[in-house]
Design a protein around this ligand. Sequence first.
Ligand code: F6R
Length: 607
Amino acid sequence: MCGIVGYIGSRDVSTTLIEGLRLLEYRGYDSAGIAVAATGGEISMRKRAGRLANLEGVLGELPTGSIAGIAHTRWATHGAPTDLNAHPHMDEHGEIAIIHNGIIENYAELQRELTAKGHTLSSDVDTEVIAHLIEDAYQGDIRLAVAAVLPRLHGQWALVVMHRGEPGRIIAARREAPLAVGLGEGEQFLASDPVAILEHTNKIVFLRDGDLADLQRGGITLYDAAGAKFAPKVETITWDGAAARKEGYDHFMRKEMDEQPRALSAAMLGRVSVDGVAISELDAIAPALAAARSIEVVACGSAYYASLTAATLAERLLRVPVRVTVASEFRYDPPALGPTSLVIAVSQSGETADTLGAVRTAKAAGATVLAIVNAAGSSLTREADAVVLLQAGTEISVAATKSYTSQALVTLLVTLDLARRAGALTAEDLRSWSTELLTIPAMASAALDSSDALPAIAKKYFGSSGFMFVSRGAGIATAFEGALKLKELAYIHAEGIAAGEMKHGPISLLGADHPVVAVVLNSSVLPKLVSNLMESRARSAPVIAILSGVDDWSTFATDAVVIPAARPEIAALIATIPLQRFSYEMALLAGADIDQPKNLAKSVTVE
Ligand code: F6R
């Protein structure tokens, strides 16, 4: 979503900031801006709607010789993505420049108050009120002014502020939106995601909720929510620079799809052996796991669908209620929670606002929170009681691919380990599971190979009025995910439904121009699914089938992609791979921006 970069030091300030923004581009944005401070204090600002290239086009107009600066990519929440609404924002005297990620919920009230006092606000965005409030509070020390204003704000923020009277100083503050400081020698960096600055320093301080950082060239000073100074906890971050490059691929999405065998293998490393599954990260919460009487899984979007794959298996094995809920609903309308509830939060970024909100709701109710996350060091990893990392590597494409299959796999591994700990699986059952789990990377490679049939299938059905993705059992999650991928990437309407529900309404849509995409897995409900597909064929709908362990498809499908045979929970995650390719090919045909679909952001840090 929105991206922040800040810098104080002797490098070329605008180049350093723009390079940082470029590394955050993948998160999605619709305008960008920069403000730089000269030695004498004068702040110059440039902002442009659209891509970063538009901003770069006007950078030449900035004065040279600046010593500090802040830059932003904005994903519109309040106000359209225009030049005016782009960040930074300034007070009317051009003394304060501010950048903000998040939402100020009481901005309308603050705006009224400021207007009544005679302030002139020029944009439609919530952020601008903060600049004017700081202007009123300023008495010669920008840190004190920011600290005085923060209690007046309701909502979420990662804020960075510069004042004309104090060149070479940047104040940063966070609440429920990520912000990190990068420490250098005689230079300091700021970023909403360390990826933007790791080329320059791997010494990172992640700000916590309520923290305020005072950055000056020689060092940083940190203050907690009560205003007390504290020593920075510096983390050394290792960064895989290759993840940020396409390495010969046209799109990050395609590269990340191809990385799935490796990512799935990494997810099992040290966790799955021929004898079974053991996740050492769960040891720290073993008493809470043993005491758990219910399991609530919370996630958003693709992570939500990935979480569904093993949920029924978990309930069957563990004999406790297991419910998967979208985090945006859970956070404001939670089920009965208490000390015997285990809440599992699943997220690629670990920064999704709704998932973090759900976790805070759960913790406030006394539940134990286990996070399944890809991004090490993210907010979710710091708030949970225990963390199992996906180990999928950085995912740049907005559409989840390797993180989806890794999430589905790790939730399955956690399910199996919980069952082992509860004595719900025999040693023989565990060996049988792990033998099959260890073949997942090879199955994923085979699925990537068989996906080469999809360009022709996509071409055949491109232009259809819509697509219905269906399955039964564990495959339903895959059908949901397949529909989401087609919508977000190719902007084609698609619906994911349980196949048994078709006859209760959705079947009306079917016809020669409205194909069905079926996830056909070899399970006890296969005959039922086949009947539903025959009903679709009887209404002239083409059926594109992703088949696992099913050989004879000519009666119910018009087109087929064959993936390896496996038990349903495993086949379901492998079946996602051809569906990713289907959407990718459709998006190519639609001429869509594959890595950054319109209106979307990689990390959804607002509600
Ligand atoms: C779709 C997609 C999104 C995310 C969702 C949650 O391809 O990527 O639906 O799955 O925004 O994001 P995380 O996993 O970062 O919490």
